[in-house]
Design a protein around this ligand. Sequence first.
Ligand SMILES: [Zn+2]
Length: 255
Amino acid sequence: MLAALLLAILGQSSFPGPVVTSQGVWVDSRAIGGFTIYAQFPLDQVEELIDGLGHLAQDIQSALGIELGQRPVTVLLFDSQREYQQFLRREFPDAPYRRALYLERSGRAFVLAYRSRELATDLRHEATHALLHTALPMVPLWLDEGLAEYFEAPPGDRVFGHPYYKTVRFWARLGYVPSLNKLEQIARMEEMNGSAYRWSWAWVHFFIHGPVAARQELTDYLRTIQNYGVPGSLAQRTEARLGSLRTLFLEHFRK
Ligand SMILES: [Zn+2]
């Protein structure tokens, strides 16, 4: 049904302008930075957000040193929670309910969200998942969520302005270092609780903004995955290259 519905959307060449499809009215659309966006409200109302989305792929590529895929991502933006919920119930009845979602169906990537105060954050988070999955045959859960949490912040807040930053620094000053080995062993989404999200973000921050060699190791690790190799443990690889991760993590967050 989704395929038919999207054909109904994609078959329309009359954008911009209201288009009635089986799931309602899309009043605007835009193709930007690998995303094709359909919205139930005029996109100029969220211009800054759409601009940021246009730069997201480039931000991710520069931070991680990998090329992202060419597979297009379809973004559907709903005017209200009600419209969003109705659509989900009809088209993705097996999807878990969240404020925004990244989904794959028949090899196609979708990001769904509705207009709310959290739209910008939600959209950057789910769009990050979508872009990572267009580039990599698999993404370890902790890293998938850690990167989505990292890039969900607006660009100016990613280094020092993320809500997790203060908490992680507080714990680092007390000498606490979350175990990257343990995060790497998380295999099911249900195991990703609030603190797992925060510590995953912290390790991503370390890899992106910590020692240059750590970032290079992350790039090598991701390229191994991209080439369908067996990457092994990122924690073990990085320790073999740089020495004690515990010491380096504390240095990074105590700075
Ligand atoms: Zn996520």
